[in-house]
Design a protein around this ligand. Sequence first.
Ligand SMILES: *Cc1c(COP(=O)(O)O)cnc(C)c1O
Length: 379
Amino acid sequence: MRNVLPAPTTPLPFVDVAAGNREVEDELRRAWDRVVSSGRCIGGPDVEQFEERWAARCGRGHAVGVANGTDALELVLTALGIGWGHEVVLPTNTFVATAEAVVRVGATPRFADVDPDTLLLTPATVEAVMSHRTSALIAVDLFGALPDMSALAALADRAGIVLLEDAAQAHGARLRGRPAGSFGLASCFSFYPGKNLGALGDAGAVVTDDTALAERVRCLADHGRSARDAQEHLAAGVNSRLDAVQAAVLLAKEARLDAWNERRAVLAARYSAGLADTDLLPVETPPDVSSAHHLYVVRTPDRDAVQSRMTAHGVTTGIHYRVPCHRTPAFSRFAVETLPVAEAAALVIVSLPMYPHLRDSDVDYVCGVARGAVTAVAS
Ligand SMILES: *Cc1c(COP(=O)(O)O)cnc(C)c1O
């Protein structure tokens, strides 16, 4: 084997949540103490403060903290009355949660293909699967980058359907200066620990400018309670509230989000330069998008062999996602047609380590290992 680099003594992780926690350790301890001594464990001042800050970041009138990102999507669909008999269009190359939410409300997911360079939805790929039964489109900000939301919004308007944004991978990203979370009728976030902004457990949020929609989501997420009277149950809701301790953690980390995203951008540029003359081709970011660089994804024809060689040299990688939703046992019954771009991409994509605490030398090491792996596999 050529280009053999010494393996690091411990494998380089794919993400390092602990490193982010360490950076805000003092704030986390203060947050914990505040919640412990207040005794207010669900809702309360930390939740309200975080909701205000998150709504402001997204340029929205309202944010409703919920238990996780999947619930955020499901609650919005339920609040909009989307269910049996409705079709919802979404990209097939997303985390299964987007599709789960659609199926759980009783609606039918219509999986769409994506652009071959960016792996994002386009108006053409959406239109190809729309029907007269389509009620909503969920556009996903994949890997940290937004699809052309203006074009998708124009399409949704023309068709008279609702546009929703799944922004779970794009905290802090921008499209022509406008923040992720500001597009469509409502946007949904996950604060799963590995996201760009992560809690110390599960958490999520819905943001919207629609006051009635925000109220409905809040009501449904809290056992259908009315805002005026906790004993008055207006709907058969669920329990999907944001814990005070998670809101306190999110407040502490949100203050670092922009700096962390800037660091991700530096690392992404370093990867791109380090891999420029190889046949590891990065998934492209649209030129008008300032990505949150949630994941750094490259394509290589012999992906499985390249990935195992990287593992052997102590580099942990991921695949997002190995099987497009419409090909999984969970959702294949909703597959209407083949979606050639997403299906082909799933075979060649590999995600390299990406997190703000990655060192420049780590990126150089990964590039060296990746280069060696591609050369070895090709020969
Ligand atoms: C993480 C993620 C979700 C789900 O969020 P959870 O908080 O894990 O429920 C939804 N959509 C996308 C695109 C995601 O990446």
